[in-house]
Design a protein around this ligand. Structure first.
Ligand code: AMP
Length: 357
């Protein structure tokens, strides 16, 4: 069903992704209501209504759902159970199952393997003895990670030598179920940004090559290195299987390592993604617009590049202090998320540069 312009979208989460989604929705004539636990946030400046409520408050979520025509989310660390209640009052896209899979690294890895994807070798760890056994099984170097609620490199400890197991356990041992992942040897990281509409049509943007610093995305650029481009068809085939299996509607991202023998699935996010921010100016239709299009039942727009080369750089913490410098460069698109406090590691905004035109 296609919702006509003037309809209202409910967005769970009020951060920068909600802000950019709301802006894309407004362009198409839709209004956004935000539901978030905070009193305000980056999306507050650009949405029609901000509803403050806890993510676990089923009653408040259900009431929110009756006030909108369709619900989507920009923040995935939400308990899926209350969201299932929402689905009784309004359609929810993407499917909640995608959220559940993306929230749990073990479930995610099993799902990717079921869809014929390759992942790093891994083992579940729930005790110090498990960690010892996992190191013996998969070897080092490896990374110990929390299975749930990890983001931007948080909840991870590298184990380069078996002697480092104690320190890793000391830092994460009380963080619930853990996963030990073999460190993948790769020269490049990339992601796929995928949009699927309500009819099942799938489209991809050019795959950005991503550079992370301290576990946080630093830059995304297209075109990616030739070694990445070589691996994109196999990665896309996996993404199609995932999207169809979930009957996905909206945009999602999969992060890959360009491994020595092909793409290695790292993780997926059932939402618009930081490595797709370059599409706002760098593609004919942005990830945010295509997400809104899918959710309201419109056909998808073209994902073709609008320039031969595009680079996005995150403004983290104090980087954003140079806003005047970025704003003074006529070839730089400056995006600031309206966050008041520039804490270290906090994503304050991003810049995108188009070149080769
Ligand atoms: P994640 O939160 O799992 O995406 O991890 C953040 C970053 O840590 C990744 O983008 C990689 O740069 C690095 N990393 C995570 N897992 C692995 C792995 N199994 N092998 C090599 N590098 C990894």
């Amino acid at each position: 069903m296609t919702l006509p312009p003037g309809s209202t979208l409910g967005i769970i989460g009020g951060g920068q992704l909600g802000r950019m989604m709301s802006m894309a929705a407004a362009q198409l004539g839709y209004r956004c209501f935000i539901y978030a636990p905070e009193a305000t946030g980056p999306a507050a400046d650009v949405c029609a209504k901000w509803v403050q409520g806890d993510y676990a408050d089923e009653k408040a979520l259900a009431a929110f759902a009756t006030s909108v025509d369709v619900v989507t989310f920009e923040f995935e660390n939400v308990d899926p159970a209350p969201l299932r209640r929402i689905a009784e009052n309004a359609p929810v896209y993407p499917p909640i199952e995608a959220l559940e899979i993306g929230q749990d690294r073990i479930r995610e890895k099993r799902f990717a393997a079921d869809c014929n994807g390759r992942t790093a070798d891994w083992a579940e760890v729930t005790s110090r003895a498990d960690l010892e056994a996992a190191i013996a099984k998969i070897g080092v170097p490896a990374i110990l990670k929390t299975t749930r609620f990890g983001y931007d490199g948080k909840g991870q400890a590298r184990i380069m030598k078996p002697e480092e197991a104690d320190a890793a356990w000391a830092s994460l041992g009380d963080a619930g179920t853990l996963i030990l992942e073999k460190m993948v040897r790769f020269a490049h990281e990339f992601s796929l940004l995928v949009a699927r509409d309500q009819q099942g049509n799938i489209t991809f943007w050019d795959a950005p090559e991503n550079v992370h610093k301290e576990g946080i995305l630093a830059t995304s650029r297209v075109p990616a290195d030739a070694k990445v481009i070589e691996q994109v068809p196999a990665a896309r085939a996996l993404a199609r299987r995932i999207a169809d299996r979930l009957d996905y509607v909206g945009v999602f991202a999969i992060e890959f390592f360009a491994g020595e023998d092909g793409p290695v699935f790292n993780e997926m996010a059932p939402r618009v993604h930081n490595s797709g921010h370059w599409t706002i100016e760098g593609a004919l239709t942005s990830q945010f617009e295509n997400h809104i299009r899918a959710v309201v039942g419109l056909p998808l727009g073209s994902t073709r590049l609008s320039a031969p080369e595009v680079e996005m750089r995150n403004l983290i913490g104090a980087d954003a202090d140079k806003w005047l410098e970025w704003a003074s460069d006529p070839l730089t698109h400056l995006h600031l998320y309206g966050k008041h406090e520039a804490r270290p590691g906090r994503k304050m905004g991003h810049i995108t540069r188009l070149s080769g035109l």
